[in-house]
Design a protein around this ligand. Structure first.
Ligand code: NAD
Length: 350
């Protein structure tokens, strides 16, 4: 029982209808000139937020896209400068929140996040900006949102397939936090509860995507998942997904496909983590239980189905073993290649 526990200064307003507290949260920061950030597709939601912030919106940057490309990040930063913005409100998934963080990184502007997926980015100090096909990431306390509003009503229209993959991505955060070399008992409590909440909510949520009970429980699980990765290091699973992202694979789907195989890989080397995951899954084996859960959600099960080329598997496995990093089981070329092949073909872990 030797550990170091770090708590980040987060402020969370949670619950159906909590978006109505956005103006009060912005007021707490003393902000008067908000730059709203969204993706092009979320215009309706941005309009609703503008109404909530009556008189405090200086402008809208609605060009957020995946992977926070540097050129667009610079455009968003310029817009914040030109508008003399004193706060960013990012409404959307991890991609949109990534733009708020990128602005904060260079300006220290406070960010209020209104997450509408289960990425968990709003709880972390991790930023990422991509340039020329490579994504640079880092940790900086400046980018941590000063307040986060989780309103499940804003997630009712998140398409079931996106919800399912995003939810599995959140489960992956929890699973790896349970065997992180710098984990601790508090993070483990959150991780186990996060898996329980998400695994419980996702199947009925896919059947009834507009049921606020399941949306609330999934969002609660994703908050916990974000908390778990905010202070612990990730291991083989996240490293592999990062590498696969470099081949152009979609973020959340890649996480959901790889997770059961990564857990199978680490199974015998992380018995305590596996026991907690098993408990959270009501007795199911971690690897097969999550594989079966994912299958029941109707999302892609094979890397081959989300753009991976068979010829790139060996290159991905080589990248995974190149730079050493802590993982419960030694990261070695042949077994990692086997893991990737299983994920490529979508085999049920044995
Ligand atoms: P995303 O933000 O790209 O959103 C996925 C899709 O859902 C988009 O098309 C978006 O427009 C749509 N969408 C979002 N909210 C919606 C809603 N309420 N209704 C309907 N459609 C909606 O995907 P994501 O999985 O949330 O985030 C992935 C990105 O976040 C990746 O780039 C990843 O690297 C990053 N991320 C960062 C951290 C961190 O700590 N920095 C953590 C997790 C993920």
């Amino acid at each position: 029982m030797n550990f170091t526990y770090v708590a980040l200064p987060t402020r969370v307003v949670f619950g159906a209808g909590s978006i109505r507290q956005l103006a009060a949260e912005v007021e707490r920061l003393g902000a008067r000139r908000v730059l709203l950030i969204s993706t092009p597709g979320r215009a309706q939601m941005a309009a609703r937020i503008t109404a909530e912030l009556a008189g405090r919106v200086a402008g809208l940057f609605d060009r957020a896209v995946m992977h926070t490309p540097l050129a667009l990040v610079e455009a968003a930063r310029e817009e914040a400068r030109a508008l003399n913005a004193d706060c960013c409100v990012a409404v959307g998934g991890g991609s949109t929140i990534g733009f708020g963080k990128a602005i904060a990184l260079s300006s220290a502007l406070p960010v209020v996040a209104v997450p509408t997926t289960y990425s968990g980015s709003e709880m972390t100090t991790i930023w990422g900006v991509s340039e020329g096909g490579a994504k640079k990431t880092g940790r900086d306390p400046k980018v941590l949102p000063r307040a986060v509003i989780y309103d499940p009503e804003l997630t009712l229209d998140l398409p079931p397939a996106v919800s399912a993959a995003s939810g599995m991505n959140a489960i992956a955060h929890c699973a790896e936090a349970l065997y992180a070399h710098d984990g601790n008992p508090i993070v483990s409590l959150m991780a186990e509860e996060g898996i329980r909440a998400l695994a419980n909510a996702l199947p009925p949520l896919i059947a009834q995507p507009r049921d606020i009970r399941f949306r609330s429980e999934a969002l609660y699980g994703s908050w916990l998942a974000g908390m778990t990765i905010s202070t612990t290091s990730v291991a083989l699973h996240h490293k592999l997904c990062h590498i696969l992202g470099g081949f152009g694979l979609p973020h959340a789907e890649t996480h959901s496909i790889v997770l059961p195989h990564a857990l199978r890989y680490n199974r015998d080397a992380a018995p305590e983590a596996m026991a907690r995951i098993r408990k959270a899954l009501q007795g199911s084996d971690p690897a097969t239980g999550l594989y079966d859960l994912e299958k029941s959600l109707g999302i892609p099960m094979r890397l081959a189905d989300v753009g991976m080329k068979e010829k790139d598997l060996e290159r991905a496995a080589r990248s995974a073993v190149e730079a050493p990093y802590p993982n419960p089981r030694k990261v070695e070329y042949e077994p990692v290649l086997g893991l990737l092949r299983d994920a490529y073909e979508g085999r049920r872990p044995s």
